[in-house]
Design a protein around this ligand. Sequence first.
Ligand SMILES: Nc1ncnc2c1ncn2[C@@H]1O[C@H](COP(=O)(O)OP(=O)(O)O)[C@@H](O)[C@H]1O
Ligand SMILES: [Mg+2]
Length: 446
Amino acid sequence: MDRFQAADVILQERQLAASAAARLCDLPNGPTAIGYGGARGGGKSHWLLAQLGADDCQKIPALKCLLLRKQAKSNVENFEDFRRRLFTRLPHEFSAFRGILTFKNGSRIVLGHYKTESEIDNFLGIEFDVIAVEEATTLTARKYQDISTCCRSSKPNWRPRIYSTTNPGGVGHAWYRTRFVLPYLEQRETETRFVPARVADNSFNNPEYRQVLENLTGWQKRAWLDGDWDIAAGQYFTTFRRDVHVVGSGPEGPIFDETRAVDWFCAMDYGFAHYTVVLLGCTDGDGNIFIVDEHAERLWLPARHAAAIKAMLGRHGLHPSMLKRFVAGADVFSRQSDGTTVAAQYAKHGINLRVANTDRINGWAEIMTRFGDVDAGIRPTLFVHERCGRLSETLPSLLRDPNRPEDLLKVDADEDGIGGDDAADALRYLVATKNRTITQRKLRGL
Ligand SMILES: Nc1ncnc2c1ncn2[C@@H]1O[C@H](COP(=O)(O)OP(=O)(O)O)[C@@H](O)[C@H]1O
Ligand SMILES: [Mg+2]
């Protein structure tokens, strides 16, 4: 507390709890790893730098700390913000070029920015008294293990330790939960201490930020607003409900009237041994998306698919030229051994494909958002016509990837063509790819 006071660093209650846990690492039988994890915006990153710079580095002269962060342009700027705000009262030098911050007593914080996990190894040859890891669930268990073995100290008055901050989700979700969260919940912590973070912990969050988190749905809301770690198993689209999202043209259930369509578009997930799935969708004037028809076949060549796709469009009075866009996964545009592309073959048959937005995580998130959450009173904006049997059967069967909970577990169809995620991929391309014209208009400020 004295050191924080001297540095004019004012921590909030939960951050102080994390600092208290960090101090336990000084005890001979105390913990060696502190995990501070949960909601976004809980004040974790702010704490981590305050703990390193204002407490540990001031307590022990010539302390060597490594702060590992995933490289992104924003990170560098963001570190500058934190540094300026936190260390105004602590004389130090900072070389942005070398990424080293040095305090007057010789204590240092080395910034370890990395793009891929393997680049972390560059920082691990040297001895560090403290290693601080931002967003630890972006790392595999293996890499965290490597980091642990490189955290050692020759200082008699110091026990080496690892501090980490993170949000639930990511490749490291499972190991982090096992190593930090479960011992905490089951009150059997020995070498670790876990401090749960909630958005409400941080009074510096603006109300708009909280609203952004409140507006999330599904696992993201539970993970990023409430800091819930029990999100790794089970169904992916938990808010998908047949009686809500599958519409018909018959007298029962919600109906859909095609004449209300404003724009039409298609998306393809290409396969030969796997299914080629093409979805036909439209928007109405209220921003809803309807998936109106589907084409799903396998072991067909493009010429035959193209004919069937045109026939599908014809059933709705459409022609390929009337579509706002027809998108497909990147594989369709890569050159094959004969120098041609699948896209070129489709072009020969009058179907001009363009590359879809293939970002999985954001794509699934967009679908999830559009499904809304009727139980919570959040209106859906994405509907599937009952004639799209493959898609409507696929959606509720998809599972979360336990090693990457914001992603969907990839599955192939079995020998009988049952299952597989091709229809979901096509839906993702359709929903996540925006109209080029709209973007251009926006760019021109119209
Ligand atoms: N004790 C504090 N004093 C001043 N600002 C704080 C404090 N704790 C957090 N903040 C600010 O709140 C915002 C969110 O905190 P941050 O540490 O980035 O959250 P997280 O890493 O958990 O997502 C940042 O702008 C941060 O500087
Ligand atoms: Mg952070």
